[in-house]
Design a protein around this ligand. Structure first.
Ligand code: TYD
Length: 203
């Protein structure tokens, strides 16, 4: 049976290494796994990602571009994969738009809700891991050598708002989420991810 799982959290939360681990665990168990990301996941959506991460624009333009990328991603990749019974693991999905463009940038949440319905209809992840941790801890993890994009360059106050935005999405749809304490060490975080899957009978 297909599963759609998204991984969310502020920049530096460490979700990518746990995505890698879950992807190989599921492949070893013989599942058809589609590993993808947002913005991105198709040639067109990856072009839009480049713009969103690097070109100056206002919050409405940013929101329209991430939803345009999402539409292409859903139509070209996610829906066909789910239809054939695959597990789709996505590094971010729509909760990121509510957290970054909505809570972070202060963009109108009701407009985002309208775009969400237009772009994805009833489609939501079956499970969303929210990697939650204080922004100061996350910032210390981001490599100092790395050239920050338009989001990574934001200050702690921005990431406090993004974190609160994610928590609000969790409260509004709690059964979809698994809240992960991402300030714990890597082994403990991996244990929490496993526990969430096991409690659903998915592992
Ligand atoms: P990220 O997922 O952190 O990838 P990497 O680890 O390669 O940097 O980068 C994506 C950035 O895009 C992240 O800062 C959050 C932002 N973003 C939005 O602002 N809105 C969205 O809807 C999505 C999906 C991402």
């Amino acid at each position: 049976m297909s599963r759609f799982i998204s991984f969310e959290g502020i920049d530096g939360a460490g979700k990518t290494s746990h995505l890698d681990a879950l992807e190989s665990q599921l492949r070893q168990a013989g599942h058809d796994v589609v590993r993808t990301r947002e913005p991105g996941g198709t040639p067109l959506a990856e072009k839009l990602r480049e713009s969103v991460l690097h070109d100056a624009m206002d919050a409405l333009t940013e929101s329209l571009l991430v939803f345009a990328a999402r539409r292409d991603h859903l139509v070209q990749v996610i829906e066909p994969a789910l239809a054939r019974g695959a597990w789709v693991l996505s590094d971010r999905f729509t909760d990121a738009t509510f957290a970054y463009q909505g809570a972070g940038r202060g963009f109108d949440l009701s407009v985002l809700s309208t775009l969400e319905k237009w772009v994805q209809g009833q489609r939501q992840p079956d499970l969303t891991f929210l990697f939650d941790l204080p922004p100061e801890v996350a910032a210390a993890r981001l490599s100092a050598a790395r050239q920050p994009d338009r989001f990574e360059a934001q200050d702690t106050a921005f990431f406090e708002r993004v974190r609160a935005g994610y928590q609000a999405r969790l409260r509004a749809d709690a059964q979809r989420f698994a809240l992960i304490d991402a300030s714990a060490n890597q082994a403990e975080v991996a244990r929490q991810v496993d526990a969430a899957l096991q409690s659903r009978g998915w592992l």
